[in-house]
Design a protein around this ligand. Structure first.
Ligand code: MRU
Length: 364
């Protein structure tokens, strides 16, 4: 997508053929800064501190992290060490494990001298593949949007967190159908949940929709149910960090509450996801998906721009109050109207997913 007229992806290889460059998402929307990742420690840190975030981008960054590790030391020990270091960086998005296992399976049988080149090549392929997958999710989601019967003179979508191009390599998952609808001239407006505590909706989704000219309105996380009761939401669309083989969807904390409100109000609730987000090894999302517990400071403090233009962090809790910060929740499949994938739209069920991915059927 373009930023002030210049096309960008969220991650790319610098002209030296070794350094990996990313957009620093901790500074948006107030500053657009590109960071260099020079080694596997830089890549791990970028994922941990959420310089890069969003399930598909975490996978792409991990793939390049393996390439950076192989550029430093292509030994078996370094390969195993980089896989573990990167795997431990964030627990919930399964794209991380998918990318790391893919790279390890490719590199392990190779002689060490061949690993660096193979790793960079595969990381670049993963990025290109992600762009194409997300473009197709957009096309498949656009088909659903065209069939909606909006209640007003525009189509109102509601989204949570950031599942746009910033969360992927390009296009996004949940926002890809929205970009494609907007590009096709369909009058679409997006209600953007601010997404406390880190405000990925307010700071990232609002920024990228604004840069592309998509009409949007940021709302407090608690406003969605009220808007749905008053007919102001035609559909909800979110991304996923991990989807079980039975269609349960784990996404940013607060997604489940939106799905409950959508169900109660007869509003379709769609999830856009690429195949590496499906964890075929598990069925029960609530019981089996590890939920990241982040720092209480993200709840007790907020960061923003002051009237004089400086970035400032302020405390919003009384001294001494405890805060808890689970990063994700699970929306059970029964609340999901459809899973929009690169292969088409699946019912949120094992049968629905297997109809699109028959190669994942378990041997009897
Ligand atoms: O903690 P984050 O910002 O990495 O969480 C991101 C999300 O929850 C996204 O909705 C999800 O990764 C899907 S991204 C296409």
């Amino acid at each position: 997508m373009k930023v002030d007229g210049k096309p960008y992806r969220t991650i790319w290889l610098a002209s030296d053929g070794k350094t990996v460059q990313v957009i620093d998402q901790t500074l948006l929307p107030h500053a657009f800064v590109v960071r260099d990742l020079q080694n596997v420690a830089n890549a791990t840190n970028a994922i941990k501190t959420m310089v890069v975030r969003g399930a598909p981008l975490i996978g792409a960054a991990a793939a390049y992290g393996m390439a950076l590790a192989m550029a430093e030391d292509p030994s078996d020990a370094a390969l195993a060490g980089a896989h573990k270091l990167l795997l431990d960086s964030r627990p919930t998005a399964v794209n991380l494990r998918w990318a790391l296992d893919d790279l390890r399976a490719l590199l392990q049988p190779l002689p060490p001298a061949k690993r660096r080149e193979a790793a960079y090549k595969r990381a670049a392929e993963i990025c290109d593949e992600d762009v194409e997958i997300c473009r197709r999710i957009g096309e498949n989601g656009l088909g659903l949007i065209r069939k909606l019967k909006p209640r007003g003179d525009r189509i109102n979508a509601l989204t949570h967190c950031n599942a746009g191009w910033l969360a992927t390599v390009d296009w996004g998952t949940a926002l890809s159908p929205i970009y494609q609808a907007h590009n096709a001239g369909i009058p679409i407006h997006v209600w953007v949940d601010e997404t406390r505590p880190r405000n990925q909706g307010a700071s990232l989704t609002a920024w990228e929709l604004g840069k592309h000219g998509v009409p949007h309105t940021v709302i407090a996380d608690n406003a969605g149910g009220h808007l749905m009761q008053h007919g102001q939401v035609d559909f909800c669309i979110v991304g996923s960090d991990r989807t079980t083989r039975s269609g349960d969807v784990c996404n940013k904390i607060g997604t489940y509450l939106k799905a409950l409100a959508a169900h109660d109000n007869g509003v379709p609730f769609y999830v856009g996801l690429p195949y590496p987000t499906i964890d075929w090894t598990i069925s029960d999302g609530v019981a089996e998906i590890p939920i990241e517990e982040r720092s209480a400071r993200e709840v007790s403090h907020m960061t923003g721009r002051t009237g004089t233009g400086e970035i400032a962090t302020v405390q919003i809790l009384p001294d001494g109050s405890a805060a808890a910060n689970p990063g994700f929740d699970v929306t059970p499949a029964r609340l999901v109207s459809g899973l929009i994938t690169e292969r088409g739209v699946a019912a949120a069920s094992e049968a629905g997913l297997l109809a699109l991915y028959p190669e994942q059927a378990r041997a009897a």
